[in-house]
Design a protein around this ligand. Structure first.
Ligand SMILES: NC(=O)c1ccc[n+]([C@@H]2O[C@H](COP(=O)([O-])OP(=O)(O)OC[C@H]3O[C@@H](n4cnc5c(N)ncnc54)[C@H](O)[C@@H]3O)[C@@H](O)[C@H]2O)c1
Ligand SMILES: [Zn+2]
Ligand SMILES: [Zn+2]
Length: 354
């Protein structure tokens, strides 16, 4: 039996790189040889036991690779094609997908919350030498020759997510936008706000390196939440409240600050993953009649999304490579997890090379 190396979850605080069975492509599926992947904040939640997945699962959901096998029915691709696959792999056939809600893919039925997130969640993931791609026809996005793996790997998840925060908010040309937290997701939301035509982008964080990177990704002004009253400062800078605020952390504090920083009729676009209870303070919410909009988004996936994002990079609209701060081999991935989890040495995203 053919084997491969893969990062396997064995319960809280336990991941190991080990030999497992290599996957093969069935009908409608493909196998890619992974050439580059990375670690997501969500993988840290899994490792810490904060998001439950089954033991024995291969984790990771950000794959770049080369097609190794094509199953029956997958057309228009060749063995050896370089491809990017989104973190979210919609089936393209269910009611959710065909209604345009690809991330809430209903697995052949209606809708299922987060149903499009399969890799490293409900099926084996990308931190491995080979990856089985379901619904390959809907999910393999060919990489233009002129783009490197490093230029596209962050499109699978964090850029798709961060940009979607700006898109879901329906930012208009000339808007003022505040992005709460400048982790990888927030940095991409900052870049997304710029791409959508915001006139003023304010980035908030408490980490000086990240605030510096926020400027590089398109923030006009950065604020350290530890050093100032962010809400008061935003109100001053925007003349009473921002048109759009983007929450990119997933805490009560940032959600609330995002709501308090908004003008009446403004949009709070929420990307963070929350736990426990989330409360909406009625005063900040104008008792429910301030014409506020609160929208949430799960990372958009599918090959058309990936094609569009690769075009943005190919045309020089955005460069995400500065966010790839460190590189590890697959066998060293535990070190990568440690560095990423501890946020040491200015780490933003780690490149993993199987
Ligand atoms: N919606 C989606 O599809 C999706 C996808 C991936 C990740 N996420 C979620 O997005 C969130 C952010 O992920 P990440 O990887 O960028 O996070 P991260 O942990 O790397 O970064 C968080 C940042 O928040 C900053 N911070 C802490 N407290 C703050 C405060 N009070 N105000 C402002 N900044 C503060 C930290 O300094 C850090 O830079 C997480 O909740 C993650 O689970 C959502
Ligand atoms: Zn992720
Ligand atoms: Zn579907």
């Amino acid at each position: 039996m053919e084997r491969m190396r893969a990062t396997v979850f064995h319960g809280k605080d336990q991941i190991r790189v080990e030999e497992v069975e290599r996957p093969h492509a069935g009908v409608g599926e493909a196998v890619i040889r992974v050439t580059l992947t990375t670690i997501c904040g969500t993988d840290l939640h899994i490792l810490r036991g904060e998001y439950a997945v089954r033991e024995g699962l291969i984790i990771g959901h950000e794959p770049v690779g080369v097609i190794e096998e094509l199953g029956t029915g997958v057309t228009g691709y060749q063995i050896g094609d370089r491809v990017l696959v989104g973190a979210i792999t919609p089936c393209g056939q269910c009611r959710g997908c065909l209604s345009g809600h690809l991330s809430q893919c209903g697995h052949g039925e209606g809708y299922e919350a987060l149903g499009g997130w399969r890799f490293g969640n409900t099926i084996n993931g990308a931190q491995a030498e080979y990856l089985l791609v379901p619904y390959a026809q809907a999910n393999l996005a060919k990489i233009p020759d002129e783009l490197t793996d490093e230029q596209v790997v962050l499109l699978a998840d964090i850029a798709s997510t961060g940009f979607s925060g700006a898109e879901s908010a329906q930012i208009k040309i000339g808007d003022s936008v505040v992005v709460f937290a400048q982790g990888p997701i927030g940095l991409c939301a900052t870049a997304g706000a710029r791409l959508m035509g915001a006139a003023l982008v304010i980035g908030i964080d408490g980490d000086k390196d990240r605030l510096l990177m926020a400027r590089q990704m398109g923030a006009d002004i950065v604020l350290d939440y530890r050093e100032c009253d962010v809400v008061a400062e935003v109100k001053k800078l925007t003349g009473g409240g921002a048109d759009v605020t983007i929450e990119a952390l997933g805490t009560q504090a940032t959600f609330e600050a995002a709501l308090r920083s908004l003008r009446p009729g403004g949009t709070l676009s929420s990307l963070g993953v929350y736990s426990g209870k989330l409360q909406v303070p009625y005063d900040a919410f104008a008792a429910g009649i301030g014409d506020h909009r609160i929208v949430t988004t799960l990372c958009p996936g599918g090959k058309e999304r990936m094609r569009r994002l690769m075009e943005i990079v190919r045309r020089g609209r955005v460069d995400l490579t500065p966010l790839l701060t460190h590189t590890f081999s697959l066998d060293e991935i535990s070190e990568g997890y440690k560095l990423f989890g501890e946020r040491r040495d200015g780490v933003l995203k780690v490149a993993i090379k199987p």
